[in-house]
Write a protein that binds this ligand. Structure first.
Ligand code: PLP
Length: 376
C-alpha cells in the first residue's frame, strides 16, 4: 500500500514578504555590510512610525539583549530585586540574572493570562515590608494579548517602580488603539525567527526619551567614549543590529499589518471550527484589547486531553506546543520567591499553542482542524 506523506506544518515559521532582498542587496551594493548604516536608521524609523507616539527606537541583536539593556538603563544592579511575570518565556527573566539581581515571580490573571495587578501589588508590599523595594517590573504581553495596561501602569506609578514592557510577542497588538511596546518605561520587541515578523534574529528597545535611546545605543556598541582612540569608562556590549539584518526588517515592516491580519484569520478559523467542542476554549479579547494573535492557544479540560491533541497532531507531523511553563516552576528559577495562585500552572497543564504562522494555507488549517475533530 502506498503511504501518503504530507508536509510538516510548523508552529510559526518565517514568512518573507518579497521586499527584503532589495534592502539586503542595497547594503551589499553600497558596502554597508558592517554594523549600522541606512537600513538600521530606516528600520528604526519604520518601527517608530508603526508604533506611533513620541518614542525612540534602537534596533538591537535580540529581544533578550533589549531586556538586558533596559534593566541596566533602569539602574538594576547586583543584589536588587526585579519583579517578573512568571508565565512567560525564560528570556524575560534571564537578563535579571545577568545583572546579578534576584527575580521575584508573579502569577497571571485569567482575562489576559498576563501578570495579575492584585498579585503584583501584593508582591511589592511584601518585598517592601521585607526591606527591599523592587527596582523594576518585567510585564509581558504573552502570545500577543496585551496585559492589563491601565492597572499595571497604575501600580507602577503608585509605588514608583518602572516597567520593562516585554512586547517580544506583541508587535501589532494594541490597547485602546495604542500600540504595545509604547506603554512601559522602556519597551522591547523581538524579531526572532518565530515572531510575527523576523530579521532572522534581532530585537529593539523602545525608549520614551531620546537620551535613553542614545544611552542604549552607546552601551550596545561597546560603550566607546567620545575620543579619537578607544576609550571606555563603562562596560559595554556588542548588541547592535547589523545593517544586513535591518534590511530584512525593512522588508518585513512593509507587510506587518498584513501578517497581523493573517494571524488573526488563523485564530478566527480555529474558533469557527472548534469552539463548539466542550473540550476547547479560546482566550477572548476584552473590550479595547487588540491582539496580534501571534499564536492561537486553546485550553482543554485536562492535561490528558491536551496531550491527546498534541500527540495526534505530532503523529501527523503537525507541530504544536504546550503553553509556556511558568518560571517559578523552572528548575533554574525554583529557588527564587514567587507570588502565585496556581493560574499559570493550570494554563501550562491544560493549554496548547496551535500552528499559527501567517504562511499557513487554507489546506493546512483544514488539515489541523480535521485532525483535532477526528482525534479528540
Ligand atoms: C516573551 C518573550 N520575551 C523575550 C524574548 C526574547 O527575544 P529574542 O529571542 O529576540 O532574544 C522572547 C522570544 O524569543 C519572548 O517570547
Amino acid at each position: 500500500m502506498k503511504t501518503i506523506t504530507r508536509d510538516k506544518i510548523w508552529l510559526s515559521s518565517p514568512h518573507m514578504g518579497g521586499g527584503e532582498q532589495k534592502y539586503v542587496q542595497e547594503a551589499f551594493d553600497t558596502n554597508w555590510v558592517a554594523p549600522l548604516g541606512p537600513n538600521v536608521d530606516n528600520f528604526e524609523k519604520s518601527i517608530n512610525q508603526f508604533v506611533g507616539g513620541n518614542v525612540h527606537v534602537a534596533a538591537l541583536s535580540s529581544g533578550t539583549a533589549a531586556i538586558h539593556l533596559a534593566l541596566e538603563l533602569l539602574g538594576v544592579t547586583k543584589g536588587d530585586e526585579v519583579i517578573c511575570q512568571s508565565f512567560t518565556f525564560s528570556a524575560s527573566a534571564n537578563p535579571i540574572m545577568y545583572l546579578g539581581a534576584t527575580p521575584i515571580f508573579v502569577d497571571s490573571e485569567k482575562d489576559t493570562w498576563n501578570i495579575s495587578p492584585e498579585l503584583l501589588e501584593k508582591a511589592i508590599k511584601d518585598r517592601i515590608s521585607n526591606g527591599k523595594k523592587p527596582k523594576a517590573i518585567v510585564a509581558v504581553h504573552l502570545y500577543g494579548m496585551p496585559y492589563k495596561v491601565e492597572e499595571i501602569t497604575q501600580v507602577s506609578k503608585k509605588y514608583d517602580i518602572p516597567v520593562v514592557e516585554d512586547s517580544a510577542e506583541a508587535l501589532g497588538s494594541s490597547f485602546k488603539n495604542e500600540k504595545c511596546g509604547t506603554f512601559g518605561t522602556i519597551g522591547i520587541l523581538s524579531f526572532n525567527g518565530n515572531k510575527i515578523i523576523t530579521t532572522s534574529g534581532g530585537g529593539a528597545l523602545i525608549a520614551q526619551e531620546e537620551t535613553v535611546k542614545k544611552k542604549a545605543v552607546f552601551l550596545a556598541t561597546q560603550a566607546r567614549d567620545d575620543a579619537p582612540h578607544y576609550q571606555h569608562s563603562s562596560v559595554g556590549y556588542n548588541y547592535r543590529m547589523s545593517n544586513i539584518l535591518a534590511g530584512i526588517g525593512r522588508g518585513q515592516m512593509e507587510v506587518l499589518q498584513n501578517r497581523v491580519n493573517q494571524r488573526r484569520f488563523n485564530f478566527d478559523f480555529y474558533k469557527k471550527h472548534l469552539a463548539h467542542l466542550p473540550e476547547i476554549e479560546f482566550l477572548e479579547e476584552s473590550n479595547a484589547y487588540y491582539s496580534n494573535r501571534w499564536l492561537t492557544c486553546i485550553l482543554t479540560p485536562s492535561f490528558a486531553i491536551r496531550e491527546k491533541i498534541r500527540l495526534a497532531l505530532l503523529e501527523d507531523d503537525v507541530e504544536s506546543r504546550p503553553l509556556w511553563k511558568p518560571m517559578h516552576l523552572q528548575p533554574v528559577f525554583a529557588k527564587f520567591p514567587h507570588y502565585s495562585d496556581g493560574t499559570s500552572e493550570d494554563l501550562f497543564n491544560r493549554g496548547l499553542c496551535l500552528p499559527s504562522g501567517s504562511n499557513l494555507s487554507q489546506a493546512d488549517l483544514e488539515r489541523i482542524v480535521e485532525l483535532i475533530l477526528t482525534k479528540i
